[in-house]
Design a protein around this ligand. Structure first.
Ligand SMILES: Nc1nc2c(c(=O)[nH]1)N[C@H]1C(S)=C(S)[C@@H](COP(=O)(O)O)O[C@H]1N2
Ligand SMILES: [Mo]
Length: 412
């Protein structure tokens, strides 16, 4: 670490002296006014960390430089590195992103949400109006309905299905907002409109809004990240990510759907017999083994197979593991508590005997739905099946040398 970098880090920390020779160590003043030699963050840790005072506390926490956690960005999205996460929560800076026209820059003091249409009191809510109403928090996943990639052996869980993330969302329940504005009992749909350049619009059944919809302004204990819809977004747990309109500026209540672009030409699925499935809101149950998975290499002996399972229809009741390419299945342990519409962590102890094989997981939810294979999806939807709402069982090949590779699949 260069002296210049040290100075930068300690510019507000009253460095009295720092010698370039003592790389990684600086003389700093503690809040109690004491002068101490302390470590400065560098790329080379000392051989014995007990011999020198540690780095003083700072304004914001940092990740260890040894943890290289990054999303995988393209021009339209960025994917969560599922293979590097343990547990079910997604650190906010690693939440996947999907923007149709980039991330808008919004002044929270000028933010407004208009609720109008079939309501007795059309109302404009500012951010502080929203925060003044009774609040609500829930832990739930958010997943894009386009969350499936395959076709190559060298693909990580992030590449296969990194468009799912989990947060604790905090905000106002839509049932509260609807009561505030006096929703017409005959209302059955509402339009949600974003204030990004895409002006994303979706029609949502009022029943879903009242059941568990919310306007979220909080994510994991702080304000939403701009990428997640700062200062406020619609959040519809368990439903395809596209319906959770970010940067929401308008809700129009009606007695019919609005037939927007995102529910007519997009976010519909071709199925058997030349038909199209529309308003396919629920995210079906799914699971993926995130360890061991490409690019990990394993060695013979005991291994804890780990991964996540989730369902937009409710709780995960069972995750089964096969370590012999689908011939036998055995239940994995589920980490408690298992929450509704939330990533659920699973574990399965396995002794690898060194022979090539295939490992896979399949999830079952409390509606009795079992995660299908790609063949079963094709059988149900036909070869013309579109690219949305694909949740097939993912298989990982274990090679003789311990290399773990995705088992690529084809359906077209
Ligand atoms: N206003 C607006 N809302 C939006 C989008 C958008 O581009 N604009 N993208 C949608 C899509 S396709 C998904 S999958 C989710 C992604 O949410 P995230 O970026 O917070 O993960 O937001 C949805 N809401
Ligand atoms: Mo999406």
């Amino acid at each position: 670490m260069s002296e210049m970098n040290n100075k930068k880090i300690y510019s507000r920390r009253a460095i009295l002296a720092a010698s370039a020779a003592a790389a990684g160590i600086a003389l700093v003043k503690t809040t109690a006014g004491q002068l101490v030699h302390a470590l400065v963050p560098g790329d080379k840790p000392p051989a014995d960390p007990t011999t020198i005072q540690g780095v003083p506390s700072g304004k914001i926490g940092t990740r260890s430089p040894f943890e290289q956690l990054v999303k995988k960005p393209s021009d339209i999205s960025a994917r969560t590195p599922l293979q590097h996460l343990v547990g079910t929560m997604t650190p906010s800076d690693l939440h996947f992103e999907r923007h149709h026209a980039g991330v808008p820059f919004i002044d929270p003091d000028r933010y407004q949400l208009l609720v109008h249409g079939m309501v007795s009191r059309p109302t404009v809510f500012t951010l502080s109006d929203l925060k003044r109403l009774p609040s609500f928090s829930r832990i739930a996943f958010l997943e894009c309905s386009g969350n499936f990639r395959t076709g190559k052996e060298r693909m990580t869980p992030q590449e296969v299905c990194g468009l799912t993330s989990q947060s604790e969302w905090t905000g106002v329940l839509l049932s509260t907002l609807f009561r505030e504005v006096g929703i017409d009992p005959r209302a059955s749909w509402f339009l949600a409109e974003g204030s990004d350049a895409a002006k994303m619009t979706r029609s949502i059944p009022v029943a879903k809004g009242i059941r568990d919809g919310m306007i979220a302004y909080g994510q994991n204990g702080e304000a939403l990240r701009p990428e997640q819809g700062y200062p406020a977004r619609l959040f519809l747990p368990g439903w395809e990510g596209n319906t959770s309109v970010k940067w929401i500026r308008r809700i129009e209540v009606s007695d019919q759907p609005f037939m927007t672009r995102e529910e007519t030409s997009k976010y519909t699925e071709s199925i058997k017999g030349g038909k199209i499935r529309q308003f396919s809101f629920d995210m079906d149950a799914r699971s993926i083994i995130t360890f061991p998975a490409y690019p990990v290499k394993i060695t013979k002996g005991w291994i804890e197979i780990r991964g996540i399972a989730w369902s937009g229809r409710g709780k995960i009741t069972k995750v089964e593991i096969s370590t012999d390419a689908g011939r036998h299945w055995a239940p994995a342990l589920l980490q408690m508590p298992v929450l509704d519409m939330a990533h659920t962590y699973f574990r399965y102890i396995w002794k690898w005997n060194g022979e090539p094989t295939e490992i896979r997981s399949r999830a079952v939810d409390d509606t009795g739905y079992e995660q299908p294979t790609l063949d079963q999806l094709v059988a149900a939807r036909g070869k013309e099946m579109g690219g949305y709402h694909l949740n097939p069982v993912t298989s990982w090949q274990i090679k003789r040398d311990g290399e773990v590779l995705l088992k690529p699949e084809k359906w077209k």
